[in-house]
Write a protein that binds this ligand. Structure first.
Ligand code: IDP
Length: 140
């Protein structure tokens, strides 16, 4: 299996709850390596650019409002099959449907405010990582 990099965000709801450290520790304990990290606040326009693939979906406006409503934490994680594995660690989109022990079950609020984002494919990781980080900000 290939070593991959994936982008993960800790969304504003989880930052407000103060669980950034717990989320980072959880992913580290699963064996992944943190190679980039920053805290920032997106403007609504930046959130729209980041989520442009969802622009036709009914929740797009709500999602971009939420994602720009407060600070987030952006991270790049590295490891074997990282894209798919980190999606498993996150759990289902709706925290009510997420498996016990997943990040969304543990820390999510509802289907929109669901604590974390993770790239869902190699193509999305290739767009999402450089959206937040320059090459110099990713530690080899
Ligand atoms: P994912 O984050 O699990 O990949 P997507 O369906 O790609 O889920 O949706 C992207 C994000 O949009 C979700 O993480 C969630 O924050 C938000 N979202 C998805 N479905 C809804 C909804 O029905 N209402 C409000 N927000 C939603």
């Amino acid at each position: 299996m290939a070593v991959e990099r994936t982008l993960m965000l800790i969304k504003p709801d989880a930052v407000k709850k103060g669980v950034e450290g717990k989320i980072i520790a959880h992913v580290q304990e699963k064996g992944f390596k943190l190679v980039a990290l920053k805290k920032l606040r997106l403007t609504k326009e930046q959130a729209q650019q980041f989520y442009y693939v969802h622009k036709e979906r009914p929740f797009f406006e709500e999602l971009c409002e939420f994602m720009s409503s407060g600070p987030i934490v952006a991270m790049v994680w590295e490891g074997e099959n990282a894209i798919e594995e980190i999606r498993k660690i996150m759990g289902a989109t709706n925290p009510e449907e997420a498996e016990e022990g997943t990040l969304r079950k543990l820390y999510g609020t509802n289907i929109g405010e669901n604590a974390v984002h993770g790239s869902d494919s190699k193509e999305s990781a290739q767009f999402e990582i450089p959206f937040f980080f320059s090459r110099l900000e990713i530690v080899e």
